[in-house]
Design a protein around this ligand. Structure first.
Ligand code: GLC
Length: 494
């Protein structure tokens, strides 16, 4: 056991493998595990979704029940359950009344009345007062958990005020902004509905509360931490973010990926395993993926994979603008994702019109995601903005070369390929323009044609290290700073 072991409570609305919509779930499933592997004691708190409670693969144990008075006219009975994942991770599931009853699958995870998150956050803070296990730091993630640091500093007893708080922005595009009347639901003092509080252009902004009242704030890559201080990426919070940065309370820590889940040598979802030394399994995975898509296995075609939430953030309008032109290159495109109905329709119709070259699956399918990462040659991620992005790291681990836009975490992880020097790990473009994306795809496809150089390239990138190890250490340093600041009393006094 590590003598400097830190006790931390990690709070997230999604945690893989229990409930997953996007990269946040992957981080929540992997970072606590990586920290525990270093000897720390990190536990998770999340809502008790029926999709978890009713899943026969998991055994949950009821820990405690208590009454929570949110306002004079709003009371809930809170149930807290404990679930131990096979990885050894301890997860606390909070059920404040019936607010999360509709969450029966990952697709319905965010169809929740926002009062559910108010109740969840209040329940977690109330539980901190009662629990035998006391964390030294509470690490909240994204707007669903943003009220926790606010409640920990308003109306909580000293034992809770003494706990440090860290808040991670995984995506500034989602801040939890509601009509001003919603403020009345929060049970917070009126003076907090102010520019120096949760008020935001006449509305109420939950993430803003977390930015003001957490000891430290981080985002998931150094480049995004800078970008969000500009009007282009700051989503109208750039002024506050600049202030936090100047107070040294805002920083960027690049995510890693779970090396147990994502390992081509042991991946149970693949038709054949492979390593950098023996790539024959990758060729097999590619042929199997081509057959699965209804195509003749053909090693000479560059298979381009795309696994993504189908939202504007991901640069899909660029793909839409040049889809037909890309298909004139010797490529095949295989896509998996759900999201904006416009993009779902577009990819469905592209699939129907170009069956020999395009295969689109609209939905969630973890096993298929693994087969796409392994069976593709190239991976497309032309994001408009990207706080970190995990797809580019997963694809590198599977020897699938990413084509990315130079932004956020993509800029921090992907360097342009130079065939002569044998450097770089992907294809990069900068201006957010269809023509720039097209050039990057065309140069990737032409590099792919040099089969022996390509093989050496693939071998080299598979060996890069994108595990959580380095980033977990950066979080330990951040937790330590937050705890010291709190106990020594020079943390933000708010
Ligand atoms: C969000 C971001 C993505 C990031 C993930 C995990 O989904 O959009 O860039 O990798 O969170 O931090």
């Amino acid at each position: 056991m590590n003598s400097q072991a830190i006790r931390a409570l990690f709070v997230s609305a999604e945690v893989a493998p229990l409930a997953k919509v996007g990269g946040l779930a992957d981080v929540a499933g992997a970072l606590p595990k990586a920290l525990n592997a270093e000897g720390h004691q990190v536990r998770i708190a999340m809502p008790a979704y029926p999709m978890i409670l009713n899943d026969t693969r998991y055994t949950t144990q009821r820990l405690t029940t208590f009454d929570l008075a949110l306002r004079d006219d709003w009371h809930e009975t809170v149930q807290v359950y404990q679930l131990d994942l096979p990885s050894g991770l301890c997860v606390y599931l909070f059920q404040p009344g019936g607010w999360f009853d509709g969450c029966v699958s990952s697709t319905s995870l965010y169809a929740v009345d926002p009062r559910g998150y108010v109740a969840f956050c209040r329940a977690v803070v109330a539980w901190l007062e009662r629990s035998d296990w006391g964390p030294e730091v509470v690490h909240c993630n994204d707007w669903h958990t943003a009220l926790i640091p606010v409640y920990m500093r308003h109306g909580a007893p000293d034992s809770v005020r003494a706990i440090a708080t860290v808040f991670t922005i995984h995506n500034l595009a989602y801040q939890g902004v509601f009509e001003p009347e919603f403020f009345g639901q929060l049970g917070l003092p009126d003076y907090l509905f102010d520019v120096e509080g949760l008020e935001f252009y006449g509305k109420v902004n939950l993430m803003k509360g977390a930015l003001l009242y957490s000891d430290y704030i981080n985002t998931v890559s150094p480049t995004y931490a800078h970008e969000i201080q500009t009007p282009e990426y700051g989503e109208r919070l750039e002024g506050l973010l600049r202030r936090l940065y100047s107070e040294e309370r805002l920083l960027g820590i690049l995510n890693g990926i779970d090396y147990e889940e994502w390992n081509p040598a042991t991946d149970p979802h693949l038709p054949a395993p492979y390593t950098a030394d023996d790539l024959s399994g990758k060729a097999h995975c590619k042929a199997a993926l081509q057959s699965e898509c209804g195509w003749q296995p053909d090693p000479s075609k560059a298979v381009i994979g795309l696994v993504s939430r189908l939202t504007d953030q991901k640069g899909l309008d660029l793909i839409k603008a040049i889809g037909a032109k890309i298909l004139q290159l010797p490529v095949q495109l295989v896509l998996l994702g759900t999201g904006d109905p416009t993009y779902e329709r577009y990819f469905r119709s592209l699939h129907k019109r170009h069956r020999a070259k395009v295969h689109a699956t609209i939905g969630f399918d973890n096993a298929l995601a693994h087969r796409i990462y392994a069976g593709s040659d190239l991976f497309l991620m032309p994001s408009r903005f990207e706080p970190c992005g995990l797809g580019q790291m997963i694809s590198l681990r599977y020897g699938t070369i990413p084509i990315v836009r130079q932004t956020g975490g993509l800029a921090d992880s992907i360097r342009p390929y130079d065939a002569q020097k044998g450097t770089g790990n992907g294809f990069v473009f900068t201006p957010y323009k269809p023509s720039a994306l097209y050039e990057a795809v065309a140069s990737a496809v032409s590099a792919f044609e040099d089969a022996s150089a390509w093989k050496a390239f693939v071998r080299r990138v598979i060996q890069e290290d994108w595990s959580w190890r380095r980033s977990a250490q950066a979080y330990v340093a951040l937790y330590t700073r937050a705890i010291q600041a709190r106990t020594q009393g020079f943390a933000p006094a708010r």
